[in-house]
Design a protein around this ligand. Structure first.
Ligand SMILES: *Cc1c(COP(=O)(O)O)cnc(C)c1O
Length: 389
């Protein structure tokens, strides 16, 4: 039997893999040193574990270990990247290009910078959630210092044309930051091939612990420079002060190692399960896919159920399936998803949409069960129309 509720909200967070947890445990008790303590063996032992983890994380994205800065999560990494670049380069220019469907961490950081003098362009997206690459280039000006476009969207799974964006950034000598919290560990991300200057990652999106993240900061060709946003002991090469989260980092390293080895098989398995879920639900009346289906993460589908209120549906089904209508950070509000609205969906359709995020622990039986409960719900609601919606 399946265990209820079936968890289909892996874009919000993932279960920590048991293998990750086991790797972390000794670093809470026996190996409790401070990685910054250079004068004794408890410190050295821990420093070595941290450097091992740094290497594994770097390997996942083909970076060098020296380019990895530990943070408390992708939100902090995003803040450090965008604010750090802005402060460092503001004498050169104050213009940043981002896009309308970015995570709130990016959008709110940009809003903050607008208040202190930044000029931000929010690129619109097409109806399938993709950006228009020519439009991006047309917005570049002499004062542009940064392009901030996410690798893959957290609500639709749509993957942006990272290498094309990078080529434009390079042509105009502008830095390129990509929030890869949803992409790294799920699809190949290669900072050299993709030619990004800065990249953010989060452990809890890839079966690691919550509260630890990374900012990749390119060291050469060209070097990306940022100012620290946290002042203190000068940890992390003066880019992020504060005693680092050793167990979290060790777990993050293990999580990356597992993704390296298992990503391809896992993606293949999840595409099949995701497609099955999607196909079966599309057979029902008035169901449509939101977002480009060619360039999409393997484990995600965002569906609209026209005529249904997805908030009510989530609540009605929450003993059976755990899903959400959008990003975890905003789903407490009943407002329609700004990502779907940016794609041109009207309020009613945006409010009829659900995001399904499958994961490492999703089983075929769970998908069958989810298809069944959703189909039954839709049947019941529609037979009670119009009283029910
Ligand atoms: C989850 C997520 C974040 C925030 O990551 P935290 O580690 O939870 O701070 C940022 N961007 C995207 C695209 C995400 O999916």
């Amino acid at each position: 039997m399946v265990q209820l509720p079936i968890y289909l909200d892996n874009n919000a967070t993932t279960q920590c893999d048991e293998r990750v947890l086991q790797e972390m445990l000794p670093y809470f008790t026996k190996l409790y040193g401070n990685a910054a303590s250079r004068t004794h063996s408890p410190g050295w032992l821990v420093e070595e574990a941290v450097e091992n983890a740094r290497t594994k994380i770097a390997e996942l994205i083909n970076a060098s270990a020296k380019e990895i800065v530990f943070t408390s999560g992708a939100t902090e990494s995003v803040n450090l990247a965008i604010k750090g670049v802005y402060e460092m380069y503001v004498s050169k220019g104050n213009h940043i290009i981002t896009c309308a469907v970015e995570h709130k961490a990016v959008l709110d950081t940009c809003k903050h910078l607008e208040k202190i003098g930044a000029d931000i362009t929010y690129l619109p997206v097409n109806s399938d959630g993709t950006i228009n690459i020519d439009e991006l280039e047309n917005h570049i000006r002499p004062t542009t210092i940064l392009i901030a476009i996410m690798y893959a969207n957290n609500e639709t799974g749509v993957i942006h044309p990272i290498q094309q964006i990078a080529a434009i950034a390079r042509k105009h000598a502008v830095l390129f930051f990509s929030d890869a919290a949803q992409a790294a560990g799920k699809i190949p991300v290669d900072v050299m091939k993709d030619d990004v200057s800065l990249l953010s990652l989060s452990a809890h999106k890839i079966y690691g612990p919550k509260g630890v993240g990374v900012l990749y900061v390119r060291r050469k060709d060209p070097r990306a420079r940022i100012t620290a946003q946290m002042d203190g002991g000068g940890h992390e090469n003066n880019m992020r002060s504060g005693t680092i989260n050793v167990p979290g980092i060790v777990g993050f390293g293990k999580a990356c190692e597992l993704c390296m080895h298992e990503m391809n098989d896992e993606a293949e398995r999840l595409v099949a399960l995701r497609n099955k879920l999607q196909q079966e639900l599309l057979k029902l009346e008035n169901v449509g896919i939101n977002g480009n289906i060619q360039h999409r993460l393997p484990h995600v589908t965002n569906l609209s159920f026209k005529g249904i209120n997805s908030g009510r549906m989530i609540t009605a089904l929450n003993k059976s399936i755990a899903v959400s209508s959008g990003s975890a950070c905003t789903s407490a509000l009943v407002e329609p998803s700004y990502v779907l609205k940016a794609m041109g969906l009207d309020d009613a359709t945006a409010n009829a949409s659900l995001r399904f995020g499958l994961g490492r622990f999703t089983t075929p039986m769970e998908i069958d069960y989810a298809i069944m409960v959703i189909s039954e719900y839709l049947k019941t609601v529609k037979s009670n129309l119009p009283a029910f919606i």
